[in-house]
Design a protein around this ligand. Structure first.
Ligand SMILES: [Zn+2]
Length: 389
């Protein structure tokens, strides 16, 4: 039998993810194209709530049941198309300033991994899977993804997780946007936000020029490319990290009044996310908060005295609001975790740096490894078992 595709050999499947921004309807036209010469990819099944995923057109077999869709592409490949409604509130009951994804007539800001959700798939054993991402939109728009400058471009999507359904992930921004790029501590950094919003791109780059060299010395997995997207209201007033990228509201300061840094906090999440264990939110959040102080101290941004004052203030929050090591870790809980980690940092030989560096590549930065490191150095340590709430 002749292959219908010039590209796909018998055990290959190529996935092509396409994104088109239609700023008249304010919807994304998304396509997943499967290029194969036999059923290497048998089916794709993902969560696609009707509030966001609309107007499916599928080659092959398609079924929508409840919140999920199941697509079985033709044996020799085919396409699944849909329209995607971007706007999303972080808390559905919140007011108008709480969007964590938004498509206006001038710009769009969202996560690619929500547009192309993680899926249950069946892919032949030993099949070679390759993926590409192609983005388009109005001619006068710019598009920035963590894969780089993206309008009219096709990117190869790298393998980053064990999942064989290799899809584009991370934050992205499109539209009438301003972008600044620099190479800092070996990382290709882009900062992008809608024009006219108070996004301080140059401040952010200068801040990272001072602090990123400290961060990459400790956290082993800082991606080679980093995208920071930012916007003002009505976007959510906080920071949210994703693979190789994060979102930060334009009003968030580089350094808060208590000396911690939302910019560094999210960056530490980006640099450590592949190594953190599930269910140890206190460790994830405590490390991000404590190291955001440490990297400021080490880069000369705050004095030793300021660091001590900050830790004292954080301890007061933990004490007064009854913070404890918890999963999920809320404000006072993260404060408690920060204080505990700061104490341990002073008692461990080589500090927490030595522990993080001792974790073999590919292993988890988790409480078990911290426990083992502390025991090895005969440093008393609290239990990794969390009391239930
Ligand atoms: Zn966090």
């Amino acid at each position: 039998m002749l292959s219908t595709s010039a590209h796909a050999s018998r055990n290959d499947v190529a996935l092509h993810f396409k994104v088109h921004f239609d700023n008249k309807t304010r919807l994304i036209e998304a396509t997943i194209e499967v290029d194969q010469s036999r059923s290497v990819l048998d089916f794709v099944d993902f969560r696609a709530p009707k509030t966001q995923f609309r107007d499916f057109i599928a080659g092959g077999e398609f079924e929508r049941s409840g919140e999920r869709i199941r697509w079985q592409p033709p044996r020799n490949g085919g396409k699944l198309r849909y329209r995607y409604f971007v706007d999303r509130k972080r808390d559905p009951n919140s007011g108008d300033r709480e969007y964590d994804a938004r498509f206006t007539k001038d710009w769009a800001l969202l996560r690619l991994d929500r547009l192309f959700p993680g899926a249950r798939v069946r892919i032949s054993k030993n099949a070679r899977v390759t993926s590409t991402l192609r983005l388009s939109g109005p001619k006068d728009w710019a598009i920035e993804t963590r894969y780089g400058k993206s309008l009219g471009k096709t990117h190869t999507v790298p393998a980053e997780t064990r999942s064989r359904y290799r899809r584009p992930v991370g934050w992205m921004i499109a539209g009438d946007i301003g972008i600044r790029r620099d190479v800092l501590a070996g990382v290709n950094v882009s900062v992008a936000g809608p024009k006219g919003h108070a996004v301080r791109r140059q401040d952010l780059l200068a801040f990272l020029a001072w602090t990123l060299p400290q961060l990459v010395k400790v956290f082993p997995d800082m991606p080679a490319d980093l995208l920071i997207v930012s916007a003002g209201d009505p976007m959510w007033r906080g920071g949210l990290s994703g693979p190789g990228s994060y979102y930060l509201h334009a009003d968030r300061p580089l350094i808060t009044e208590n000396g911690t840094s939302p910019v560094l906090h999210e960056l530490i999440h980006v640099a450590s996310r592949r190594h953190m264990a599930d269910g140890e939110d206190w460790l994830v959040e405590g490390l991000a908060e404590y190291y955001s102080l440490l990297f400021l101290r080490r880069s000369g941004g705050i004095t030793e005295d300021r660091l001590d004052k900050s830790l004292t203030a954080i301890k007061t929050v933990a004490d007064e609001e009854g913070g404890k090591l918890a999963n999920p870790s809320r404000g006072a809980d993260t404060a408690r975790a920060t204080v505990k980690l700061a104490e341990l940092d002073r008692r461990l030989p080589g500090g927490l740096d030595a522990w993080i560096r001792s974790v073999p590549k590919g292993s988890r930065i988790d409480c078990a490894s911290l426990d083992a490191f502390a025991k090895k150095h005969k440093v008393a340590f609290w239990s990794c078992e969390l009391p239930s709430r």
